[in-house]
Write a protein that binds this ligand. Structure first.
Ligand SMILES: [Zn+2]
Length: 207
């Protein structure tokens, strides 16, 4: 019944309905501005930052490899789905993955997304490099706040497990025009929520 790719018990996304407690994980962002390199993968728009931005979790370094978007949101909170979700994918030197998720809700125009959306390649293909356009991924992340933290998987093939998830609890704004623009290129690209199978979700904070 299941394909070989997703028979695991620790899949993402999930519907976060209960917080089991708080984790005293030390989480720090070390993001730096980068020239805008991005591609239309056919399923989403993906930004490839230059090397140097990383996340520190419990003194372990995870380099920011890429970030991309889903509409509507993949994670649900208490059954509520949001309008969009960003995934910032990080990898340690040993290949361990940490994904930071941001939830977006319909509201005012998002300035960070504005620059990205103006440069999305219309056709799927290889990376476009806008050397003169510099973005700062650090401005995507609210400077304070809490995360939902749990162990899951990538939400696209090969659905690799062993991914540590940090979903920021503060909602980000996105305008209707920005949602429409994304949908006109990629439609809906969110995976349905997966069973928790006994996993617990905890809260963690930026330190
Ligand atoms: Zn994703």
């Amino acid at each position: 019944m299941n394909s070989a790719q997703n028979t695991g018990q620790y899949q993402s996304p999930v519907d976060i309905r209960r917080i089991a407690g708080s984790a005293s994980l030390s989480v720090m962002f070390h993001y730096t501005p980068t020239p805008l390199h991005m591609l239309n993968t056919e399923h989403t728009v993906q930004v490839n930052p230059q090397a140097g931005s990383y996340l520190e979790v419990e003194a372990q370094r995870y380099d920011l490899k890429q970030f991309h978007f889903h509409t509507p949101s993949e994670h649900l909170v208490a059954g509520q789905q949001y309008d969009m979700e960003a995934h910032l994918v990080h990898e340690s030197p040993r290949g361990e993955l940490v994904v930071v998720g941001l939830l977006y809700q319909l509201g005012v125009e998002n300035h960070f997304l504005r620059t990205l959306w103006e440069h999305i390649p219309h056709e799927p293909g290889s990376e476009c490099q806008y050397q003169e356009v510099v973005i700062d991924p650090g401005t995507m992340i609210p400077p304070a706040g809490k995360f939902y933290t749990y162990g899951g998987s990538l939400t696209t093939p090969p659905y690799t497990e062993g991914v540590l998830w940090f979903l920021h609890q503060e909602l980000q704004p996105v305008s209707q025009a920005q949602l429409d623009r994304f949908a006109s290129l990629f439609g809906h690209n969110a995976r349905v929520v997966q069973p928790l199978h006994g996993r617990i979700v905890v809260e963690s904070r930026l330190s």
